[in-house]
Design a protein around this ligand. Sequence first.
Ligand SMILES: [Zn+2]
Ligand SMILES: [Zn+2]
Length: 172
Amino acid sequence: MIPIRKDQFKIKVGNLLNGSLDYIDVELVGHLDDIQVSTARVLLQTEINVMCRIERANHGVIVHGLLRSLWDGDCSRCLEPAKGNINVEFREVFVTEPDLEIEYLLTGDMIDLSDLVKDQLILELPAVPVCNFGCRGLCPVCGLNRNETRCECKQSVESPFSVLNELSDGRR
Ligand SMILES: [Zn+2]
Ligand SMILES: [Zn+2]
């Protein structure tokens, strides 16, 4: 069991707010409770890496940088395990009275990137995970994994485009 440190994504920005520094560069590594979209998730034990620069802005600070992690899940075509990299650039504002739709909270001289990290991961997790983009999936007739076995089923029977044919026939 990995303990989640409460301060793992917290950064003191007092030296920016009082003008003694122009920017702060930070690299953080932390963990969050499982985050899941479809079957794709970033697990508690998965490292989340944040590299960012923090700069002073009106009523707060701007944080911009790069978030990296890994996701794993089930392939939506063949149902075998799937995994991939998360690599996302972000730029967000922290202010004392945030509009929470678009900004994050600056508390005293402290910002906490936890919500930002969570939001970015949810946006980046694939809604339709695949083991690889060439995955051939399961045969819709016999259920065999077509990445491993070639079956003798007639594929045309279950073509999703047959519906379109019927529609255009009806219009004639
Ligand atoms: Zn697959
Ligand atoms: Zn088949």
